[in-house]
Write a protein that binds this ligand. Structure first.
Ligand SMILES: Nc1ncnc2c1ncn2[C@@H]1O[C@H](COP(=O)(O)OP(=O)(O)OP(=O)(O)O)[C@@H](O)[C@H]1O
Ligand SMILES: [Mg+2]
Length: 664
């Protein structure tokens, strides 16, 4: 159409009328590929070509002189009218209804999509419009197919992407490790369940914050150094460090960090995987500690042995000298002083030898219960009036094979320490009982082997001690007492004696909560024909759908206990102190059948937790567990008597039995 109009512009010699006539001649219109309908200003059809006849299914005569709207679907006619008027106002060659979907109407009433180009032609009698109409059904169909194909593809991709994303999220969330991503400036961008479990923060609390919130105050720059490495494209593998949890605990962690790249390959951040290795570190520490004790023991034993010989010589010489001196002479006083010093020296070397397990001992089969009765008498003057002494035998006999003098020494050394820890008086409790440990227990407590033991638990209601002190008390010469008050050999001696008797010693203590030492000596029942066969372990029935809330601040203890409970089929919810346990219960409607809780914990103690829980859950069953003995706890009135207390360390059978009984 365009060339025709151009032609019109450039050929003023041809009259407009003539042009119109030429244009309207059906011969000219026939050669055009599209259907052509010429319409005057009023919308009356002036001319059509045979393509138009074919497209719309009318004869030429049926069209000419009719309103063009007959070729438009009824629903569009009104609008078409407007379009026509508008076009007449600003006539110029253009596509009709650009951007709109246009439809034509066939004689049989069927409708089909069209594309229409309009060209105005001016004549002396006014303007008429040539419409070139093209059926675009095929194109529309192809477009539609393409669109659908595209949509399907998109849908599939989204689904697949969604699927692989949620799979990835599942994997990430089921990881025990913390998986965290962050920007190069340290801004946290993602935070998995493992991170929440390890560090205590929820994603809502930390995403958007800086990762440095996990840094320990003594290494504030470490994290930014790691990020600088990442920015240079380097990775950090299995870096061992310390991080601080939401509630201020320090954790040993092993961290691997690698750069996060965008689609172009630029480094945009870091992804870090951190594993809590606190328990592992602790176990390593214990091994180091026992190796150190071994080494110190050998050294001390060697020195003490030689030193003892030297003292022996000095002693012999002093004796000779004394024989040769007049007892009244002044110089004989010097000999007395030498003798006194030799005595102090040999008492020291005796202790060192005991610690190094190289003292000559005369073990006998004896009943510890009987022995304690005698030692008890010895203790009275030692402890002073304001200390109450309790001796509790929980087993009819407590037969062990040991050197009686050494047993006395254990009790006396522990008693002296207890007295020192109770400057304003208190209670000193000696308990004996029998206990049998199975293979499972021995596996978890590496140093101990399965079998029957006599337990001597020695408790006081004194000052207690912190973890740092408790971890060193068995070292020779470790003392917190003033110079001249303590040599630090008391517990080293106890340790040596216990080890020499093939026993074990454990300590439970918390500042302000007193101390319990537990000494396990192998039972010697078999030596006096009392050996009872290991009782056949009762099979403890499993219960389906029972949930236990396990509250314990010692991570290693908690994970061991959790494992034993889960293996027996209990569902376990864990918390690391009373406060988080309470928060958990308050924010989860899930029912809890029993709470198994430690007694002494930071922030909120076990008894306080139970009291609060009982307010809302009056039927909740409770089992306390503690390293302290039940006697000590009862004496301190931390717990009312008659409450179930499971003493640590406990065997799997003891744990499951206690829980089973408590559940009723
Ligand atoms: N019952 C206790 N309560 C609190 N702290 C204790 C208790 N027993 C031991 N300790 C701590 O352990 C440290 C070491 O004890 P140990 O008996 O080995 O040495 P000591 O009492 O200091 O000196 P020594 O026994 O040689 O006179 C003590 O200094 C004290 O800090
Ligand atoms: Mg001491």
């Amino acid at each position: 159409m365009q060339p025709t109009l151009d032609h019109d512009d450039r050929s003023p010699s041809l009259s407009a009328k003539a042009v119109a006539e030429v244009l309207l001649s059906s011969d000219l219109l026939e050669i055009l590929p599209d259907a052509i309908v010429a319409v005057d200003r009023g919308g009356t059809i002036l001319q059509v070509n045979s393509q138009a006849q074919e497209l719309f299914g009318y004869q030429r005569d049926e069209l000419i002189g009719q309103k063009v709207e007959m070729l438009v679907p009824e629903s569009y006619r009104r609008e078409h009218h407007h379009h026509r008027e508008n076009f007449a106002q600003t006539p110029k060659t253009r596509r009709m209804g650009a951007g709109l979907d246009l439809y034509g109407r066939r004689r049989n009433g069927s409708e089909f999509p069209v594309e229409i180009s309009l060209s105005p032609v001016s004549t002396e009698n006014g303007m008429f419009v040539l419409s070139a109409i093209r059926d675009i059904s095929d194109r529309k169909q192809i477009e539609e197919e393409l669109r659908r194909a595209h949509e399907e593809l998109y849908q599939k991709t989204v689904e697949q992407l969604g699927e692989s994303r949620s799979r990835l999220a599942l994997i990430i969330d089921s990881s025990e490790d913390a998986i965290i991503s962050k920007g190069l400036d340290g801004t946290i961008t993602s935070w998995n369940k493992g991170a929440e479990r390890i560090y205590g923060y929820t994603p809502e609390e930390v995403v958007g914050k800086n990762i440095s919130l996990l840094a320990p105050p003594d290494h504030p720059d470490e994290i930014s150094e790691i990020l600088r490495k990442i920015a240079r494209g380097e990775s950090v593998e299995h870096h061992e460090s310390v991080r601080v949890t939401k509630d201020g605990r320090r954790l040993d962690v092993s961290i691997s960090v690698s750069p996060l790249l965008d689609a172009k390959g630029d480094i945009i951040g870091a992804s870090a995987i951190a594993r809590d290795i606190t328990a592992q570190k602790r176990a390593e520490g214990q091994i180091h500690q026992s190796q150190k004790m071994e080494a110190i023991g050998r050294l001390a034993g060697g020195v003490a042995h030689d030193f003892n010989n030297i003292l022996g010589i000095i002693n012999a010489c002093a004796e000779f000298l004394r024989d040769r001196l007049d007892p009244a002479a002044e110089s004989s006083q010097y000999v007395d002083n030498i003798k006194k010093s030799i005595e102090r020296g040999s008492s020291l070397t005796r202790q060192l030898l005991a610690f190094s397990r190289s003292s000559a001992i005369q073990p006998r089969v004896l009943d510890l219960n009987e022995r304690l009765k005698d030692v008890g008498k010895l203790l009275r003057p030692l402890m002073g009036d304001d200390v109450e002494i309790l001796i509790v035998s929980k087993a009819a006999t407590a037969v062990v094979e040991a050197d009686p003098g050494q047993l006395d020494q254990i009790v006396v050394n522990l008693a002296v320490n207890a007295r020192d820890a109770m400057p304003r008086g208190g209670k000193f409790i000696l308990e004996t009982r029998a206990e049998r440990f199975d293979e499972g227990f021995a596996e978890q407590h590496q140093a101990m082997s399965a079998g029957k033991y006599v337990v001597l638990a020695v408790s006081d209601t004194g000052t207690g001690m912190d973890e740092a002190t408790a971890s060193r008390i068995f070292e020779p010469f470790f003392t917190t007492k003033e110079v001249g008050k303590g040599t630090g050999l008391g517990l080293a001696t106890v340790y040596g004696i216990v080890k020499q008797s093939a026993g074990h010693i454990m300590v439970y203590s918390e500042p302000g909560h007193g101390t319990t030492f537990k000494i396990y000596l192998p039972s010697a029942d078999h030596k006096i024909g009392l050996e009872t066969k290991a009782e056949v372990e009762a099979v403890i029935p499993k219960r389906q759908g029972t949930t236990i809330l396990l509250v314990e601040d010692d991570e290693v203890m908690r994970s061991l206990t959790r494992q034993m409970l889960r293996e027996h089929g209990y569902a376990v919810v864990e918390a690391d102190d009373g406060k988080s346990a309470l928060e958990w219960v308050e924010s989860h409607p899930d029912p809890i059948d029993l709470v198994l809780t430690d007694v002494v914990m930071r922030r909120m103690s076990g008894p306080e937790l139970v009291e609060r829980l009982h307010a809302s859950h009056p039927n909740l069953k409770v089992v306390f567990m503690s390293g302290y003995t039940g006697e000590l706890i009862a004496e301190r009135e931390v717990l009312k008597r008659g409450i179930t207390l499971l003493e640590k360390p406990f065997s799997r059978t003891a744990l499951l039995n206690t829980i089973h009984t408590a559940l009723g």
